[in-house]
Design a protein around this ligand. Structure first.
Ligand SMILES: Cc1cc2nc3c(=O)[nH]c(=O)nc-3n(C[C@H](O)[C@H](O)[C@H](O)COP(=O)(O)O)c2cc1C
Length: 371
Protein backbone atom coordinates (compact mmCIF):
# COMPACT_ATOMS: atom_id res chain seq x y z
CA UNK A 1 0.00 0.00 0.00
CA UNK A 2 1.43 3.43 -0.94
CA UNK A 3 2.25 5.60 2.05
CA UNK A 4 4.00 8.96 2.24
CA UNK A 5 6.05 10.23 5.17
CA UNK A 6 5.86 13.69 6.70
CA UNK A 7 5.54 15.56 10.00
CA UNK A 8 2.16 14.98 11.62
CA UNK A 9 -0.07 16.39 14.31
CA UNK A 10 1.50 14.96 17.46
CA UNK A 11 2.76 12.00 15.50
CA UNK A 12 6.51 11.69 14.90
CA UNK A 13 8.04 12.30 11.49
CA UNK A 14 8.73 8.60 10.97
CA UNK A 15 5.03 7.82 11.19
CA UNK A 16 3.35 7.44 7.80
CA UNK A 17 0.76 10.01 6.86
CA UNK A 18 -2.12 8.79 4.87
CA UNK A 19 -3.49 10.31 1.71
CA UNK A 20 -7.06 9.68 0.68
CA UNK A 21 -7.14 10.69 -2.94
CA UNK A 22 -5.56 14.12 -2.84
CA UNK A 23 -6.54 14.74 0.80
CA UNK A 24 -3.61 14.48 3.15
CA UNK A 25 -4.22 13.39 6.74
CA UNK A 26 -1.83 14.64 9.41
CA UNK A 27 -2.63 11.73 11.71
CA UNK A 28 -3.91 8.21 11.07
CA UNK A 29 -6.45 8.49 13.93
CA UNK A 30 -10.03 9.26 12.96
CA UNK A 31 -13.27 10.10 14.77
CA UNK A 32 -15.68 7.39 13.57
CA UNK A 33 -19.08 8.41 12.24
CA UNK A 34 -21.71 7.99 14.94
CA UNK A 35 -25.36 8.89 14.36
CA UNK A 36 -26.66 11.19 17.08
CA UNK A 37 -23.18 11.68 18.54
CA UNK A 38 -20.55 13.07 16.19
CA UNK A 39 -22.15 16.45 15.63
CA UNK A 40 -20.04 19.43 14.65
CA UNK A 41 -19.57 20.64 18.26
CA UNK A 42 -18.29 17.26 19.40
CA UNK A 43 -16.01 16.91 16.38
CA UNK A 44 -14.54 20.37 16.95
CA UNK A 45 -13.78 19.65 20.59
CA UNK A 46 -12.06 16.35 19.83
CA UNK A 47 -10.08 17.99 17.06
CA UNK A 48 -8.95 20.79 19.40
CA UNK A 49 -7.39 18.24 21.74
CA UNK A 50 -5.09 17.03 18.94
CA UNK A 51 -4.09 13.72 17.40
CA UNK A 52 -7.11 13.64 15.09
CA UNK A 53 -6.44 13.32 11.36
CA UNK A 54 -10.01 13.21 10.09
CA UNK A 55 -13.54 13.60 11.39
CA UNK A 56 -16.57 11.91 9.86
CA UNK A 57 -20.09 13.29 10.27
CA UNK A 58 -23.13 11.37 11.38
CA UNK A 59 -24.69 9.53 8.45
CA UNK A 60 -26.85 11.74 6.24
CA UNK A 61 -29.69 10.60 3.98
CA UNK A 62 -28.92 10.87 0.26
CA UNK A 63 -32.63 11.23 -0.39
CA UNK A 64 -32.89 14.17 2.04
CA UNK A 65 -29.82 15.84 0.55
CA UNK A 66 -31.14 15.61 -2.97
CA UNK A 67 -34.56 16.90 -1.91
CA UNK A 68 -32.99 19.71 0.13
CA UNK A 69 -34.68 18.74 3.42
CA UNK A 70 -33.58 21.16 6.17
CA UNK A 71 -33.07 18.56 8.89
CA UNK A 72 -30.89 16.48 6.59
CA UNK A 73 -28.80 19.42 5.45
CA UNK A 74 -28.24 20.33 9.09
CA UNK A 75 -26.55 16.97 9.69
CA UNK A 76 -24.18 17.72 6.83
CA UNK A 77 -23.05 21.07 8.24
CA UNK A 78 -19.50 21.41 9.40
CA UNK A 79 -17.16 24.20 10.39
CA UNK A 80 -13.85 25.28 8.92
CA UNK A 81 -11.82 24.16 11.93
CA UNK A 82 -12.88 20.54 11.46
CA UNK A 83 -11.02 20.07 8.17
CA UNK A 84 -10.34 17.66 6.70
CA UNK A 85 -13.94 16.56 7.04
CA UNK A 86 -15.69 13.57 5.57
CA UNK A 87 -19.47 13.61 5.22
CA UNK A 88 -21.04 10.18 5.32
CA UNK A 89 -24.16 9.50 3.28
CA UNK A 90 -26.47 6.53 3.05
CA UNK A 91 -28.70 5.30 0.26
CA UNK A 92 -28.83 2.59 -2.37
CA UNK A 93 -29.76 4.24 -5.64
CA UNK A 94 -26.70 4.98 -7.80
CA UNK A 95 -28.18 8.10 -9.43
CA UNK A 96 -29.40 9.58 -6.17
CA UNK A 97 -26.13 8.76 -4.44
CA UNK A 98 -24.25 10.48 -7.26
CA UNK A 99 -26.50 13.54 -6.97
CA UNK A 100 -26.09 13.54 -3.18
CA UNK A 101 -22.31 13.35 -3.59
CA UNK A 102 -22.55 16.48 -5.74
CA UNK A 103 -24.45 18.24 -2.95
CA UNK A 104 -21.68 17.23 -0.53
CA UNK A 105 -19.04 18.47 -2.94
CA UNK A 106 -21.00 21.71 -3.28
CA UNK A 107 -20.87 22.08 0.51
CA UNK A 108 -17.07 22.08 0.22
CA UNK A 109 -16.46 18.84 2.13
CA UNK A 110 -13.11 17.13 1.63
CA UNK A 111 -14.42 13.56 1.30
CA UNK A 112 -17.78 11.85 0.77
CA UNK A 113 -18.12 8.52 2.56
CA UNK A 114 -20.75 5.84 1.87
CA UNK A 115 -22.34 3.92 4.68
CA UNK A 116 -22.33 0.18 3.90
CA UNK A 117 -22.24 -0.84 7.53
CA UNK A 118 -25.45 0.25 9.21
CA UNK A 119 -27.41 -2.86 10.29
CA UNK A 120 -30.48 -0.94 11.56
CA UNK A 121 -33.56 -2.27 9.69
CA UNK A 122 -34.90 1.24 9.03
CA UNK A 123 -31.81 1.91 6.89
CA UNK A 124 -30.98 -1.60 5.70
CA UNK A 125 -34.47 -2.32 4.38
CA UNK A 126 -34.13 0.55 1.89
CA UNK A 127 -31.32 -1.27 0.15
CA UNK A 128 -28.86 1.00 1.97
CA UNK A 129 -26.37 0.64 4.82
CA UNK A 130 -25.10 -2.89 5.32
CA UNK A 131 -27.69 -4.45 3.01
CA UNK A 132 -25.56 -3.11 0.13
CA UNK A 133 -23.02 -5.74 1.17
CA UNK A 134 -25.49 -8.41 0.10
CA UNK A 135 -25.45 -7.07 -3.45
CA UNK A 136 -21.77 -6.44 -4.16
CA UNK A 137 -22.22 -5.71 -7.84
CA UNK A 138 -24.89 -3.13 -7.14
CA UNK A 139 -22.80 -1.65 -4.28
CA UNK A 140 -19.89 -1.20 -6.68
CA UNK A 141 -22.18 0.48 -9.21
CA UNK A 142 -23.19 3.01 -6.53
CA UNK A 143 -19.51 3.85 -5.95
CA UNK A 144 -18.83 3.97 -9.69
CA UNK A 145 -21.67 6.46 -10.25
CA UNK A 146 -20.48 8.66 -7.38
CA UNK A 147 -16.83 8.59 -8.40
CA UNK A 148 -17.82 9.75 -11.88
CA UNK A 149 -20.01 12.54 -10.52
CA UNK A 150 -17.54 14.27 -8.17
CA UNK A 151 -13.89 15.22 -7.94
CA UNK A 152 -13.58 14.77 -4.18
CA UNK A 153 -12.58 11.29 -2.98
CA UNK A 154 -15.39 8.79 -2.49
CA UNK A 155 -14.78 6.36 0.37
CA UNK A 156 -16.70 3.39 1.78
CA UNK A 157 -17.30 2.20 5.32
CA UNK A 158 -18.43 -1.40 5.52
CA UNK A 159 -18.62 -4.28 7.97
CA UNK A 160 -16.94 -7.70 7.76
CA UNK A 161 -20.07 -8.90 5.97
CA UNK A 162 -23.77 -9.47 6.48
CA UNK A 163 -23.47 -12.57 8.64
CA UNK A 164 -21.04 -15.39 9.39
CA UNK A 165 -21.83 -17.19 6.17
CA UNK A 166 -21.27 -14.01 4.15
CA UNK A 167 -18.07 -12.35 5.36
CA UNK A 168 -17.47 -10.75 2.00
CA UNK A 169 -15.62 -7.55 2.94
CA UNK A 170 -12.45 -8.72 1.14
CA UNK A 171 -14.37 -9.19 -2.12
CA UNK A 172 -16.48 -6.05 -1.79
CA UNK A 173 -13.50 -3.90 -0.83
CA UNK A 174 -11.73 -4.94 -4.02
CA UNK A 175 -14.83 -4.26 -6.11
CA UNK A 176 -15.30 -0.75 -4.71
CA UNK A 177 -11.60 -0.04 -5.17
CA UNK A 178 -11.97 -1.03 -8.83
CA UNK A 179 -15.09 1.14 -9.09
CA UNK A 180 -13.18 4.24 -7.97
CA UNK A 181 -13.23 4.31 -4.14
CA UNK A 182 -10.25 6.21 -2.69
CA UNK A 183 -10.25 4.39 0.68
CA UNK A 184 -12.18 1.75 2.57
CA UNK A 185 -12.91 1.41 6.27
CA UNK A 186 -13.91 -1.94 7.74
CA UNK A 187 -15.64 -2.46 11.06
CA UNK A 188 -14.68 -6.05 11.70
CA UNK A 189 -18.11 -7.30 12.75
CA UNK A 190 -21.01 -8.58 10.67
CA UNK A 191 -24.39 -6.82 10.53
CA UNK A 192 -25.91 -9.78 12.32
CA UNK A 193 -23.40 -9.36 15.15
CA UNK A 194 -24.34 -5.71 15.50
CA UNK A 195 -22.07 -4.85 18.48
CA UNK A 196 -21.77 -8.29 20.07
CA UNK A 197 -18.59 -10.34 20.06
CA UNK A 198 -15.46 -8.58 18.99
CA UNK A 199 -14.19 -6.96 15.81
CA UNK A 200 -12.13 -9.24 13.56
CA UNK A 201 -8.99 -7.21 13.00
CA UNK A 202 -7.23 -10.04 11.16
CA UNK A 203 -9.87 -9.78 8.42
CA UNK A 204 -9.27 -6.02 8.29
CA UNK A 205 -5.48 -6.53 8.12
CA UNK A 206 -5.93 -9.07 5.30
CA UNK A 207 -7.90 -6.55 3.21
CA UNK A 208 -5.31 -3.84 3.98
CA UNK A 209 -2.66 -6.15 2.63
CA UNK A 210 -4.61 -6.92 -0.55
CA UNK A 211 -5.71 -3.45 -1.62
CA UNK A 212 -3.71 -0.61 -3.12
CA UNK A 213 -5.92 2.14 -1.64
CA UNK A 214 -5.76 2.96 2.09
CA UNK A 215 -7.71 0.59 4.30
CA UNK A 216 -8.73 1.78 7.76
CA UNK A 217 -10.00 -0.36 10.60
CA UNK A 218 -12.70 0.18 13.18
CA UNK A 219 -13.77 -1.64 16.31
CA UNK A 220 -13.14 -1.98 20.02
CA UNK A 221 -10.43 0.60 20.69
CA UNK A 222 -11.19 1.82 24.18
CA UNK A 223 -7.64 2.45 25.37
CA UNK A 224 -5.05 4.53 23.48
CA UNK A 225 -2.70 1.53 23.53
CA UNK A 226 -5.30 -0.47 21.57
CA UNK A 227 -5.39 2.21 18.89
CA UNK A 228 -1.61 1.89 18.47
CA UNK A 229 -1.76 -1.88 18.50
CA UNK A 230 -4.41 -1.87 15.74
CA UNK A 231 -2.42 0.57 13.65
CA UNK A 232 0.44 -1.91 13.87
CA UNK A 233 -1.71 -4.57 12.19
CA UNK A 234 -1.01 -3.01 8.78
CA UNK A 235 -3.97 -0.69 8.32
CA UNK A 236 -3.44 2.89 7.17
CA UNK A 237 -5.59 4.38 9.90
CA UNK A 238 -7.84 3.59 12.85
CA UNK A 239 -11.33 4.93 13.48
CA UNK A 240 -12.37 5.26 17.10
CA UNK A 241 -16.07 5.31 17.92
CA UNK A 242 -17.31 4.46 21.38
CA UNK A 243 -13.83 4.99 22.81
CA UNK A 244 -13.89 8.65 21.81
CA UNK A 245 -17.33 9.14 23.39
CA UNK A 246 -15.98 7.79 26.67
CA UNK A 247 -12.68 9.58 26.37
CA UNK A 248 -12.47 12.40 23.79
CA UNK A 249 -8.71 12.62 24.46
CA UNK A 250 -8.05 9.06 23.24
CA UNK A 251 -6.73 10.16 19.83
CA UNK A 252 -4.42 12.74 21.42
CA UNK A 253 -3.22 10.08 23.87
CA UNK A 254 -2.63 7.64 21.02
CA UNK A 255 -0.58 10.34 19.25
CA UNK A 256 1.40 10.81 22.50
CA UNK A 257 2.16 7.10 22.57
CA UNK A 258 3.19 7.09 18.93
CA UNK A 259 5.55 9.95 19.66
CA UNK A 260 7.08 7.99 22.54
CA UNK A 261 5.51 10.23 25.17
CA UNK A 262 3.48 9.23 28.19
CA UNK A 263 -0.19 9.71 27.25
CA UNK A 264 -1.45 13.01 28.61
CA UNK A 265 -3.32 12.84 31.87
CA UNK A 266 -6.95 13.88 31.84
CA UNK A 267 -8.21 15.28 35.13
CA UNK A 268 -11.75 15.40 36.42
CA UNK A 269 -11.69 19.16 35.79
CA UNK A 270 -10.64 18.57 32.15
CA UNK A 271 -13.58 16.24 31.78
CA UNK A 272 -15.92 18.80 33.29
CA UNK A 273 -14.51 21.52 31.06
CA UNK A 274 -15.20 19.37 27.99
CA UNK A 275 -18.89 19.20 28.90
CA UNK A 276 -19.05 22.94 29.66
CA UNK A 277 -17.54 23.71 26.25
CA UNK A 278 -19.82 21.19 24.54
CA UNK A 279 -22.90 22.90 26.02
CA UNK A 280 -21.53 26.33 25.04
CA UNK A 281 -20.79 25.26 21.46
CA UNK A 282 -24.20 23.66 21.05
CA UNK A 283 -25.92 26.79 22.36
CA UNK A 284 -23.86 28.95 20.01
CA UNK A 285 -24.49 26.88 16.85
CA UNK A 286 -25.05 29.29 14.00
CA UNK A 287 -25.04 32.35 16.29
CA UNK A 288 -22.53 35.17 15.67
CA UNK A 289 -20.24 32.94 13.64
CA UNK A 290 -17.87 34.68 11.28
CA UNK A 291 -18.54 34.46 7.56
CA UNK A 292 -17.23 31.28 6.00
CA UNK A 293 -16.83 29.50 9.35
CA UNK A 294 -19.84 27.24 9.02
CA UNK A 295 -20.52 25.42 5.79
CA UNK A 296 -24.20 25.11 5.06
CA UNK A 297 -26.20 24.38 1.97
CA UNK A 298 -27.31 27.50 0.13
CA UNK A 299 -30.93 26.48 0.41
CA UNK A 300 -30.98 26.23 4.20
CA UNK A 301 -32.52 29.16 6.11
CA UNK A 302 -30.17 30.45 8.81
CA UNK A 303 -32.41 30.96 11.80
CA UNK A 304 -30.99 29.93 15.17
CA UNK A 305 -32.84 26.84 16.35
CA UNK A 306 -34.90 26.76 19.53
CA UNK A 307 -32.35 24.82 21.38
CA UNK A 308 -32.69 24.32 25.11
CA UNK A 309 -34.45 20.96 24.82
CA UNK A 310 -32.14 19.91 21.97
CA UNK A 311 -29.01 20.70 24.02
CA UNK A 312 -30.33 18.81 27.04
CA UNK A 313 -31.03 15.76 24.86
CA UNK A 314 -27.56 16.00 23.33
CA UNK A 315 -25.97 16.05 26.79
CA UNK A 316 -28.03 13.06 27.85
CA UNK A 317 -26.91 11.12 24.78
CA UNK A 318 -23.24 11.96 25.31
CA UNK A 319 -23.31 11.28 29.04
CA UNK A 320 -24.65 7.77 28.45
CA UNK A 321 -21.14 7.04 27.07
CA UNK A 322 -19.02 9.71 28.71
CA UNK A 323 -20.05 8.65 32.22
CA UNK A 324 -18.61 5.16 31.63
CA UNK A 325 -15.05 6.40 32.00
CA UNK A 326 -15.68 8.21 35.30
CA UNK A 327 -15.92 7.24 38.95
CA UNK A 328 -19.55 7.43 40.06
CA UNK A 329 -20.48 7.83 36.40
CA UNK A 330 -23.90 6.29 36.88
CA UNK A 331 -24.68 9.07 39.35
CA UNK A 332 -23.79 11.65 36.71
CA UNK A 333 -25.92 9.82 34.14
CA UNK A 334 -28.97 9.69 36.40
CA UNK A 335 -28.71 13.38 37.28
CA UNK A 336 -28.17 14.55 33.70
CA UNK A 337 -31.12 12.44 32.58
CA UNK A 338 -33.32 14.15 35.15
CA UNK A 339 -32.18 17.69 34.31
CA UNK A 340 -34.82 19.92 32.74
CA UNK A 341 -32.92 23.15 32.09
CA UNK A 342 -29.50 24.27 30.88
CA UNK A 343 -28.86 25.93 34.25
CA UNK A 344 -29.56 22.65 36.01
CA UNK A 345 -27.15 20.90 33.65
CA UNK A 346 -24.47 23.48 34.38
CA UNK A 347 -24.99 23.06 38.14
CA UNK A 348 -24.66 19.28 37.85
CA UNK A 349 -21.44 19.58 35.82
CA UNK A 350 -20.04 22.12 38.27
CA UNK A 351 -20.83 19.99 41.29
CA UNK A 352 -19.70 16.70 39.80
CA UNK A 353 -16.48 17.76 38.13
CA UNK A 354 -15.36 20.95 39.82
CA UNK A 355 -16.47 20.30 43.39
CA UNK A 356 -16.00 16.55 43.74
CA UNK A 357 -15.90 16.90 47.54
CA UNK A 358 -19.48 18.23 47.43
CA UNK A 359 -21.81 16.48 49.89
CA UNK A 360 -24.01 15.03 47.14
CA UNK A 361 -21.18 13.26 45.39
CA UNK A 362 -19.57 12.23 48.65
CA UNK A 363 -22.73 10.65 50.03
CA UNK A 364 -23.24 8.84 46.75
CA UNK A 365 -19.72 7.40 46.91
CA UNK A 366 -20.32 6.29 50.49
CA UNK A 367 -23.60 4.67 49.53
CA UNK A 368 -21.93 2.87 46.62
CA UNK A 369 -19.13 1.66 48.88
CA UNK A 370 -21.64 0.29 51.36
CA UNK A 371 -23.33 -1.89 48.73
C1 LIG B 1 -23.99 5.40 18.68
C2 LIG B 1 -23.33 4.89 17.44
C3 LIG B 1 -23.70 5.41 16.21
C4 LIG B 1 -23.06 4.96 15.03
N1 LIG B 1 -23.41 5.52 13.86
C5 LIG B 1 -22.73 5.19 12.72
C6 LIG B 1 -22.96 5.87 11.50
O1 LIG B 1 -23.77 6.80 11.42
N2 LIG B 1 -22.25 5.47 10.41
C7 LIG B 1 -21.32 4.45 10.46
O2 LIG B 1 -20.70 4.13 9.45
N3 LIG B 1 -21.08 3.81 11.62
C8 LIG B 1 -21.73 4.17 12.74
N4 LIG B 1 -21.44 3.55 13.92
C9 LIG B 1 -20.37 2.54 13.95
C10 LIG B 1 -19.03 3.18 14.34
O3 LIG B 1 -18.59 4.11 13.39
C11 LIG B 1 -17.93 2.13 14.54
O4 LIG B 1 -17.61 1.52 13.32
C12 LIG B 1 -18.35 1.03 15.53
O5 LIG B 1 -18.94 1.60 16.68
C13 LIG B 1 -17.15 0.20 15.97
O6 LIG B 1 -16.14 1.00 16.49
P1 LIG B 1 -15.93 1.26 18.08
O7 LIG B 1 -15.78 -0.07 18.75
O8 LIG B 1 -14.68 2.11 18.12
O9 LIG B 1 -17.15 1.98 18.57
C14 LIG B 1 -22.07 3.97 15.09
C15 LIG B 1 -21.72 3.43 16.34
C16 LIG B 1 -22.32 3.89 17.49
C17 LIG B 1 -21.90 3.32 18.82
Amino acid sequence: MPRTFARTDGVPASRPVMKIGSVQLTSPFVVAPMAGMTDSAFRRLVKRHGGCGLVVTEMVSSEGLVRGIDRTLEYAEYTEEERPVSIQIFGGDPEKMAAAAQVIEGLGADIVDVNMGCPVPKIAKHNAGCSLMREPEHAASVIGAMAKAVKIPVTVKMRAGWNDSCRNAPDLARRVQDAGAAAVTIHGRTAEQSYSGSADWSLVAGVAHDLSIPVLGSGDCIEPSQVIERLGSGVSGVLVGRGVLRNPWILAQAADLTAGRTPREVTLRDRGQFLVEYVDLLLAEGVNESDGFRHVAESRPREARGRERWVINKLRALCAWYSKGIDCGSHLRVRVNAATSIQELRDIIDEFFFRPESPVRYSYERAAEAL
